[in-house]
Ligand binder design. Structure first.
Ligand code: NOJ
Length: 563
């Protein structure tokens, strides 16, 4: 076990828990870096790029699942929670990666997938083999079917990947048998968290990785583990409406909190502030806050922020609601714009105009990094990568796309391997020019590679590097619970962050055109996502604000050293 060598940040204030202000970079291992040239990223690849992450200026990496898995859902179908899939390497590689990261001052957070396992997990195999009545079946949700011959699913729940949330099994004698529940793909049977064996197993899995030195866990489908007693039916039409709001008997049930209280106890057995962050989709921020009450998990993703439109009023309201909800439970807020399940924000914000998408993505990054709390970055956003929207059907692997009645299944478009260098695919993702990549990269990505952007002050990469450098050294950035809102007129989101050693003002113009504001109280410019805001001569007709007029460029964010 190793510990990060740099636990104290460069800032001159008392350091809170590292996680309260950490910038955490999500690595999707299949698509980050491929050391062995098989077209699929691996742990050795991540290890070889840790220096890049250190130089980028992040505090930690969260690595999506690399455990033994048939990859029916990109590794979120785990067959062995204590082993590394050979595609990614070995436990020794994971050990080496953690040690290397710690030596560079980077923390390592790994995924834990407790809602379901793989249908190739030994427990599930054995449960099928032993047939109805086997105690192994208690660890899953097996039920007889409805109708005369049990041909109908036990209830009307639908899978998030499309189709019924139930699949019928075949008994050992070859006759049709019970059904099992899977909220996701049929290859991902849901575990039954009423089972003490399941509870014990996951505490033991946490300890396995904590013993290896990980600094924390991202908890997959944290809101899904407990199902309402009796697995009640809903009625189809009503269910679709409720699904949208996540108020369904398989999500956000109060019983999940007892699990996280027990996990917190495990985390606290270990030195060095080990943490857990919940992937919990809930219908309100107050419900999200319940996952981070004292004695539960440390953080929860803020998906309301991720889903917000590029609009000053909406963003202000969401930031305020987020801060209030988390303050009520004394927890830090988190912010994130993208992950491996959503359309990349450079494309989400584009409204059909890629240049606008990049402009807004740059501005959104500076907004996010100026807010109090912790920020999660998704690999490639620091390069301004767009979503790949034209992948041919035959290369797609999102299980939802592959289900006949699945959803849009578009999650492959944000998982295309990263471009690192060179003019020929896979652009340094793998070791050999012209070598394979599990998803094809667009030709235009040669110009977006790390190599192409490094050193170019106009690049997205250098903007992130600068922002993370300023964030590290500025006393008003990072942790904290409050912002002071400033009114600079319609279309502008502006706030001030105070600290005894200096204050910072952040201004965001979400309008698609420059906006004049009163700049007299802004101070000196520290960083801008666009060309520097320009001064407007007093009396200029465009200077609606009067006084020391400043023109904020369209779709831009600026950080100011406040007077
Ligand atoms: C959320 C993960 O982020 C997603 O990729 C996965 O498909 C589902 N959980 C199921 O594990």
């Amino acid at each position: 076990m190793t510990a990060p060598t740099t636990t104290a940040p460069a800032r001159g204030r008392t350091h809170p828990g590292w996680w309260q202000e950490a910038v955490i970079y999500q690595v999707y291992p299949r698509s980050f870096a491929d050391a062995d040239g098989d077209g699929c990223g691996d742990l050795a690849g991540i290890r070889s790029r840790l220096g890049y992450l250190r130089d980028l200026g992040v505090d930690a990496l969260w690595i999506s699942p690399f455990y033994t898995s048939p990859q029916a859902d990109g590794g979120y179908d785990v067959a062995d929670y204590r082993a590394v899939d050979p595609v990614y390497g070995s436990v020794a590689d994971a050990d080496g990666l953690i040690a290397d990261a710690h030596a560079l001052g980077l923390r390592v957070v790994v995924d834990v997938v407790p809602n379901h396992c793989s249908d190739q997990h030994p427990w599930f195999h054995q449960a099928l083999r032993e047939g109805p009545g086997s105690p192994l079946r208690e660890r899953f949700h097996f039920r007889p079917g409805r109708g005369a011959d049990g041909t109908e699913p036990p209830n009307d729940w639908i899978s998030l990947f499309g189709g019924p949330a139930w699949t019928r099994t075949t008994d050992p004698d070859g006759t049709p048998g019970e059904w099992y529940l899977h909220l996701f793909a049929p290859q991902q049977p849901d575990l039954n968290w009423d089972s003490p064996a399941v509870q014990d197993e996951f505490r033991s899995i946490l300890r396995f990785w904590l013993d290896l030195g990980v600094d924390g866990f991202r908890v997959d489908v944290a809101h899904g583990l407990v199902k309402a007693p009796g697995l009640p039916d809903l009625g189809h039409c009503e269910q679709l409406a409720l699904l949208a709001e996540k108020r369904v008997p398989y999500f956000d049930q109060d019983g999940v909190h007892e699990i996280y209280r027990s996990w917190r106890t495990v985390l606290e057995e270990y030195p060095g502030q080990r943490i857990a962050v919940a992937e919990a989709w809930t219908d309100t921020l107050d419900r999200t806050a319940r996952y981070v009450r004292p004695g539960e998990l440390h953080q929860a993703f803020n998906f309301k922020f991720l889903n917000a439109s590029w609009d000053a009023d909406q963003l202000r309201e969401l930031v305020a609601l987020s801060l209030d909800a988390m303050r009520a439970v004394d927890a830090p807020t988190t912010w994130t714009l993208s992950n491996h399940d959503v359309v990349r924000h450079a494309t989400r914000y584009a409204d059909g105009d890629p240049a606008r998408g990049v402009r807004r993505a740059r501005a959104a990054a500076l907004l996010m990094l100026a807010l109090p709390g912790s920020a999660y970055l998704y690999q490639g956003e620091e390069l301004g990568l767009p979503e790949v929207t034209d992948l041919p059907d035959e290369v797609r692997q999102d299980p939802s796309f592959l289900r006949p009645d699945g959803g849009n299944g578009l999650r492959d478009g944000c998982r295309v391997p990263l471009p690192w260098s060179g003019a020929e695919a896979p652009y340094g993702f793998g070791p050999v020019p012209g070598g394979p990549a599990w998803l094809p990269q667009p030709a235009a990505w040669a110009g977006l590679s790390v190599e192409a952007q490094a050193g170019d002050p106009r690049s997205v990469l250098e903007l992130y590097r600068s922002a993370l450098r300023v964030r590290r050294s500025h006393p008003a950035l990072g942790a904290g619970r409050a912002v002071e809102w400033l009114d600079l007129g319609p279309g502008v989101l502006a706030f001030r962050r105070e600290s005894p050693e200096g204050a910072l003002i952040c201004t965001v113009n979400t309008a698609g055109h420059p906006l004049p504001v009163d700049g007299s109280a802004l101070g000196s410019l520290l960083l801008s996502s666009a060309e520097p805001p320009s001064s407007i001569a007093a009396g200029n007709a465009g200077n609606a604000a009067g006084g020391a007029g400043i023109l904020l460029p369209a779709d831009s964010t600026a950080w100011w050293q406040a007077p």
